[in-house]
Every structure is written in C-alpha cells, then in structure tokens.
Design a protein around this ligand. Structure first.
Ligand code: HEC
Length: 303
C-alpha cells in the first residue's frame, strides 16, 4: 500500500478505536450514574406481624418462590450466599440478611417491601442483580409475611461477600442484555394488581413462573443466558413444544421439582435452584404446570 493509504488506514483505525473507547466509557458512566442516584419512592405502609401463620407463609416464600435461602442467593441460613463469579461481567454475592448483616440485615417490613417491589435499598439507591423483577408481583400480604419472617431469623455474624460489576457487566446492563441495575427498570412499572390468591391455575402460575424467566427466557424456550460464561449450563426449553415439555405429564414435572430427576432419568444440573423449587407447595406446582402447558410452544433457543 502506498504511504498515503497507510496513513488513511491509520486515521480510520484511530477514529474507530477512539469511538469504541468513548462508547465503553459512556456506558460505564451511565451505569455508575444510575447506581449513584437515589429514588424518591415512599415506603409501603405495611407493618410487621407476629401472627404464626403470617411468619410461616414468609418462611415458605423465602425458601421456595423467593429462593432467598438458595445457596447461590443468600444461603441456607440467610447469612450470605456463595460468590457468583461471572468472569469479566461481575462478581456477585448475596449479602447477609440476618439481623447481624451489615448491609442487608435488620430491614423493616416497609423497607423490605420497597426493595422487593421496586429494587430500592434502605439507603435509597438501586439494588444490583437481585432478581426483584421476578418478585415484584408479590402482593402486600406476602411482602408483610416475608419481612415479618426475616425479622425472626437468628443473627449470624458473617461478613458480606464481594459484589462488583465489571466493565462488560455495565455494558450488558446498558444494552439491556442483562438486568444488573434493576431499579431503573422498575421505576415506571406499576405494581401488579391482578394477582389472584394462591390457586392451582394458570392465572396464578403466570406469576410463580416469573422465577423461571431469568434462566429459561421470557418465552420459556431456553438457550444460553446472554452474557453468561460458556461454562454455565444452558437452560432447557420448557414450553409445550414436542421437543420440550410436550410429552411430559404433571407426574414427570412434579418428580423433577421434588427430586431434580428429569423425564429422561438424568439428574438436573445443580445450576437450576432445585433446593428452593423442591419446596414449592402443591398449589404452586399445579399453577406452574397449568401455566407452562398454556404458553405457546416454541422451538429451543429463542429464549
Ligand atoms: C438459575 C437458572 C434456572 C432457574 C431459575 C430455573 N431453571 Fe429450569 N433449568 C435450568 C437449566 C440450566 C436446565 C438444564 C439443566 C439440565 O439439562 O441438566 C433446566 C432444566 C429444566 C427442566 C428440564 C427440561 C428437560 O427437558 O429435561 C425443567 C422442566 C425446568 N428447568 C423447569 C423450570 C421451572 C418451572 C422453573 C421456574 C419455577 C425453572 N426451571 C427455573 C436453569 C434454571
């Protein structure tokens, strides 16, 4: 190439590199600025209950639908989960939720209700990574139950683990590929008003199934989770397609939830939080099943 050609190429490469760098810098800045802001959202007017049935409902939600006590979330004793290391995306660890927790311990019922409904922490900032968009449907009674239960768990002195969103994570969040900054997504979403009382129907199952969306995708057809490292297992297609749950019966589904054994007799990858899902009660399992039977069948991978 003539000298001039090289020069032009050099300028083009330079312009592209500067453009890419400023794009990355701008995305990271937007992410940081969004987490640095505080939200003005009043605390829901709910009060702690000491009623045994309410506390028991809260414990059930924490251990099943909410998966709070899942090993990867806040841990079986709620004193903090296992660190989730996602390479260049982020390192995330669910903090200690017991009253001894420095960051997340001792939330009052209204503070917890605001966190779960809108992703807003006690200090007014948005929470990172917690799948509040899967839980924000919980009605007031359930938020009261959950908060009332958490207030009763014994304190466990355990320091909070590392939570650190890295550059790629910030870009994926801003590109809407991975919801890490969840509060900004819920800012203009009105709370669900059409949640029925727990019943074994697709109508209720639609809400319970929100717990599956982060992995199996909004259309439940599975495929690699965007941004996930290749070492992470790929969620299956759970629509009623013939290649997916089409041939399954409720008994197959129930067995999978109870034991983690799939219809083909193989053990489910432990990435799917079966410790929590095995605690779903009969109504929730039936509701989930009815709903998953009713979603449109799709081929694998469209998420
Ligand atoms: C943390 C991610 C995650 C969540 C949350 C999750 N799953 Fe899964 N699920 C997976 C992965 C990964 C697989 C594939 C694992 C394997 O094949 O061993 C899977 C497989 C399945 C299968 C087996 C499909 C088959 O063809 O054998 C069913 C059924 C299923 N999930 C249902 C659900 C339901 C219902 C929910 C919500 C209540 C849910 N999953 C929540 C990750 C998840």
């Amino acid at each position: 190439m003539a000298k001039r050609g090289w020069k032009v190429l050099g300028v083009v490469v330079g312009v592209v590199a500067v453009g890419a760098a400023s794009f990355v810098g701008w995305q990271a800045h937007a992410f940081d600025a969004s987490l640095a802001r505080t939200y003005e959202r009043p605390l829901p007017a709910l009060t702690r209950s000491a009623d045994e049935a309410v506390v028991a409902r809260g414990k059930h939600l924490a251990e099943s639908v909410g998966a709070c006590s899942s090993a990867d979330c806040h841990g079986p004793d709620l004193a903090g989960g296992k660190p989730l290391s996602m390479g260049p995306v982020a390192t995330l660890t669910g903090p200690n939720l017991t009253p001894a927790g420095k960051r997340a311990g001792g939330y009052t019922v209204p503070q917890l209700a605001r966190l779960i409904r809108y992703g807003i922490k006690r200090d007014g900032h948005g929470v990172v990574f917690m799948p509040v968009h899967e839980l924000s449907w919980l009605p007031d009674d359930d938020l009261t139950a959950l908060g009332s239960y958490l207030a009763t768990v014994p304190p466990v002195e355990k320091p909070d683990g590392e939570t650190h969103v890295k550059l790629l994570g910030k870009i994926l969040d801003r590109q809407d590929k991975m919801p890490l900054d969840v509060a900004r997504r819920l800012e203009h979403v009105a709370p669900a008003t059409d949640v029925p009382k727990p019943e074994p129907t697709a109508r209720y199952g639609r809400f319970v199934a929100k717990a599956c969306v982060g992995c199996h995708g909004e259309h439940f057809s599975g495929g690699r989770i965007p941004g996930a490292p290749s070492s992470m297992p790929i969620p299956a297609n759970i629509t009623p397609d013939a290649s997916a749950l089409g041939p399954w019966t409720f008994a197959d589904f129930d067995k999978l939830l109870s034991t983690g054994v799939k219809r083909d007799g193989k053990q489910l990858d432990p990435f799917m939080p079966i410790d929590a899902l095995s605690r779903l009660d009969e109504t929730e399992r039936r509701a989930l099943w009815e709903y998953l039977r009713a979603v449109p069948p799709r081929p694998f991978g469209g998420r």
